[in-house]
Design a protein around this ligand. Structure first.
Ligand code: ADP
Ligand code: TYD
Length: 202
């Protein structure tokens, strides 16, 4: 199941790696250069995304149920937002997608094959980025922000594990980008990789 016309890109990484910041900066960089770009995120701010955020407030939530909720939110996200934009020729960049489920839910004991199975109806991105960063730096950034996070997923040991899991999924369509660098340097790097992928798909 492929993606129509435009190109579909995901940005992944541990919490605090700079995904949200980079997705916004990529939007600015590419739209200033005349590209049609839409940015989006998971969990979504739609009904299912809001529901799962509420459900995950309970740290004892069943990780299998978590996986199903993330998968349901993703399927709606793909059909309602991502696919229509791709059909209109947009570059669509999402802050997190299926690899987040492979990594986070499997880290809680859910078999990765089952996670892949329940996500099968949501097509994978043409290109995925893994923004790599030291866990120490991530925690330092997050504490500086004092932000409201899903605590179930944010402690040093867990982030180290998540980082290792992410690295196990690297490959030609899921590439590592060094997130420890200056903001603008990373944005230029990511944007140029997206442009190269876009030109390839012409
Ligand atoms: P994520 O979406 O991956 O959780 P954010 O984009 O929210 O990460 O970034 C977390 C914090 O780190 C923010 O305060 C952001 O300004 C800061 N930050 C992000 N990228 C960098 C960077 N390359 N250098 C320094 N600070 C950064
Ligand atoms: P996050 O990117 O922090 O979203 P926001 O900043 O809007 O709250 O994502 C929230 C958490 O959800 C994060 O710790 C990772 C987790 N998550 C999963 O466990 N599985 C998934 O499939 C997704 C998309 C996110």
């Amino acid at each position: 199941m492929g993606n129509p016309d435009g190109i579909f890109v995901s940005v992944e990484g541990i919490d605090g790696s700079g995904k949200t910041t980079q997705v916004k900066k990529i939007y600015q960089y590419l739209s200033e250069r005349g590209y049609k770009i839409k940015i989006t995120q998971e969990p979504t701010r739609e009904k299912l995304g809001l529901l799962l955020r509420e459900y995950l407030r309970n740290e004892k939530s069943d990780p299998h149920v978590d996986a199903l909720l993330f998968a349901a939110d993703r399927l709606e996200h793909y059909h309602n937002e991502i696919k229509p934009a791709l059909q209109e020729g947009y570059i669509v960049v999402t802050d997190r997608y299926a690899i987040s489920s492979y990594v986070y839910q499997s880290s809680q004991g859910v078999p990765v094959e089952w996670i892949q199975e329940v996500n099968k109806m949501s097509p994978m991105p043409d290109l995925g980025f893994y923004l790599s960063i030291d866990v120490e730096t991530a925690l330092e950034r997050l504490s500086r922000e004092n932000r409201n996070v899903i605590e179930k997923f944010e402690n040093r040991q867990h982030l180290e594990y998540i980082k290792m899991k992410y690295e196990s999924f690297l490959g030609p369509k899921f590439v590592e980008v060094d997130g420890n660098r200056e903001l603008d340097v990373i944005t230029e790097d990511l944007s140029n990789l997206i442009i190269a992928e876009y030109n390839k798909s012409d």
